[in-house]
Design a protein around this ligand. Sequence first.
Ligand code: NDP
Ligand code: 2IT
Length: 445
Amino acid sequence: MTDVDKIYQKVVEKNPGEKEFHQAVYEVLESLEPAISKHPEFSKYKILERIVEPDRVIMFRVPWMADNGEIHVNRGFRVQFNNAIGPYKGGLRFHPSVYLGIIKFLGFEQIFKNSLTGLPMGGGKGGSDFDPKGKSDNEVMRFCQSFMDELFRHIGQFTDVPAGDIGVGGREIGYLYGQYRKIRNNFTGVLTGKGLDWGGSLVRPEATGYGATYFAQEMLKVRNVDFKGKVITVSGSGNVAQYTTEKVNQLGGKVVTLSDSSGFIYDPDGVSGEKYDFFLELKQVRRGRIKEYADKFNADYYPGKRPWEIKCDVAFPCATQNEIDANDAQILVDNGILAVSEGANMPTTPEGVEIFLEAGISFGPGKAANAGGVATSGLEMSQNSLRLAWTREEVDQRLHEIMKNIHKNAYETAEKYGAKGNYVIGANIAGFMKVARAMIAQGLI
Ligand code: NDP
Ligand code: 2IT
C-alpha cells in the first residue's frame, strides 16, 4: 500500500458513509502522487493528512414556519475546510440530498479551486437539506432568516464569505444578507452574489457559465478549433447552465439540450434567440420545469433521462455530482466528442473520467472549469473593500483573464509532471502546491 492509499483508507474509516467526500479525496490524492514524490517536505510536514481534515465543522438546527403555520426543522451546515491562503470562501447549497458528506466533498474541492483562481481565498462550503422547490417566497425568507440566526456568528468579510450554489441564488442571498445586516448592524461584503444595488458585482450571476465556456474555448484552442458550428450538449437548467448557453451562443456554438431533475429537452435547431429568452424567463421568473420548453417549441422531451446520448462536439455537465457515469462517458466518446467542461462540481464519476482521459479528449475538471464563479465572487469582495463598482467590461475581462490563466497553469503543470494534456493532474497539483507551501510556511497549526 502506498502512503497515499493509507491516507485515503484512514479518511474512509474516519468519515463513514460520506461517499462523495471519499470520492473527492481519492481523486485529488491519487493525482498528487507525482508532486508528493518530487517534494519530500510535503510528507515530512504531513500535509496530506492535515489537508483532508477540515479546520472546523459547524452543524445546526434550522426551525422555520410554513405558511400554513406548521413548524419544520432542517439541518444547517458550514464546513470551514482550509484558510491557509485566505478567508474561507464557498457556496451554500439548499437541496434535500444535502448531508455532511456532500458539504465536505464540496468544501474540499473548493480549497484547490480557489487556489487556482490566483485570488486570496480559502476553502469552505455550507448548506441545508431544505428544499426551496414549491415553497413560497415567504417560506424561503423565513428559512433563510432562521439559517442566518446561527450562521452569522461563524462568518465575516475576513473570516468566511458564503455565496450561492444549488438552490441558492439572488433571492436567497438577499434574505440571508438582510438578516445578517440586521443582527450584526454592519454592511460589509460578508456574502457574494448580492444584488447590484446593494454591493453585488456585475457579471457574478453569469460568471460560472461564462467561465466554463472560456475554459472550454482554451481547451479547443489547443486543438486548433473553436466553437463556431459546434454542437453542444448542456445538462441542468439553473444558473450555470443558463449562462453557459448564453456564452456558447455568443461564440457561435449551438446548444441542443438542457435538463432538470425530471428529464431533458432536445432542440436540434439550438436554444437561442426568443427560445433562449423564454427559457430564462421560465427558470428565473416562473421557476417552471424544462418540459414546458419542449411543449412550447415542439422540441423532443425525454422524461427521467440525461442528455448524454445526443451526439455532440462539446459537453457541459452543469447540474450536479455523478451525472456522467462510465456508460454515458463511453457513449460521448463513441459519438466523437472533443471536449468536456465541467460546469458542475464532480459531475463525472471516476470511471467516467478514466474513459475520457484514455480516449484523449480534452477533459476540464470542475475545480478548474467552473472556477469562474468563485473567482468573480473574489472580484466582488475586492470591489466591496474598495467601495467601488467596476464596469461590466472590466469584470468580464478580469474573469476571462483568470480562466485563461487557470487553463495555462493546469496545462503547463500537467506537462511538467509528465502528464501532458491531463487537466485533472494539472489542476490538482497546481491548486495544491500553493496551499501546501502556505501551510508549511505558517507552521503546525
Ligand atoms: P441551480 O440550483 O441554479 O440549478 C441546478 C440545476 O441542476 C437545476 O436544473 C436542477 O434541476 C438540476 N439538478 C440539481 N440537482 C439535481 C439532481 N440531483 N439530479 C438532476 N438534476 C439536478 O444550481 P447551479 O446552476 O448554481 O449549480 C449547478 C452545479 O454547478 C452544481 O454542481 C454546483 O455545485 C455547481 N457550481 C455552481 C456555481 C455557482 O456559482 N452557482 C459555481 C461553481 C459550481 P431541478 O430544478 O429539477 O432540481
Ligand atoms: O462551487 C462553487 O465554486 C460555488 N458555488 C461558488 C462559490 C462562491 O463563493 O462564489
